[in-house]
Design a protein around this ligand. Sequence first.
Ligand code: PHE
Length: 341
Amino acid sequence: MNAVFDSSDLSSSLKEGLKQIEEAQSSKDLESVHSKYFGSQGLFSLASKSIGSLQKEERKEAGEFFGRCKKEFDGAFLKKKEEVEAKEEKEKLESERVDMTLPFTRFPMGSLHPITLASRKIEAFFTSLGWSLGEGPEIEHAWYNFDALNFPPDHPARQMQDTFYLSPEESCLVLRTQTSSTQVRELISGPLPLYTASIGKVFRSDPLDAFHSPVFHQCEGLAVDEGLSVSDLKGILKALSTYLFGEADIRLRPSYFPFTEPSFEMDMLLGGEGGKWVELAGAGMVHPNVLKSAGVDPGKYTGFAFGIGIERVAMLKYGVKDMHDLVEGDERFSRQFAMGE
Ligand code: PHE
């Protein structure tokens, strides 16, 4: 059965409702006021329904009265709603305020090792000249490491480099002692003329001390073309030294390597006039026997090759005094060079 419409009840409901709207502190309070009056069992909802059961002539007046009450309620409700929502928005922003000046947890950026920095710089030099970059295996057949490079089987020069041999002996495998082992590989696979550089790890059974490490890095440069001479070799070495260290004087001293003839040690004058000469590379004109090993006609082609110690470059360039620092892998050490140049 429908409730009976009573306008004085509705008036007092409205009065009460307006009071509750006025007292509401939050949008949640307001919501419960709204459902109290307009929910399915709400006082206004019931009143609205009860109008239907009135006599026709009473219905119009009651309807109008209800309409005025509802309008008044809605107006007060919406006004209050805006007010509390603005207040709540303000409180939320206040509570979520972020102090942009507070210190935060830093995630350290990784840093490149000086060997990597020096290697990349050297690679950049050669690629800028249009040279290719090659790579060879670290476990190498003794033929590439020695025989093809003109080391006769029992030549004492094999002992110049303290070789790690892999067992079984018949495998003839060694940890390459020099990146020169890539020379013959490059010559066999690459078309001529050939201008190529390769950087990689090499191994010798030296104990670790301030200047030596059993594992270190070399860059091998190899150019084979018609008419190359020592002056081309010297030009490249001078340009590379200048690229790495700023305007640098270099000199070639006679030396010996089985795979080059003539052979040189290259020194660079460190610290300009009055500075000291430091040894930076082994170099020479590729020995005809090496060209022959790779099937290249030494009557037509000549070549030059050089090998540079990357550790040496890194130590001189970045002022590293002790090899231990380069191999121990302490991140704090690398971090000093994080920015490169
Ligand atoms: N392979 C030589 C060494 O390790 C360096 C070198 C490379 C010398 C190329 C001449 C030509 O000592």
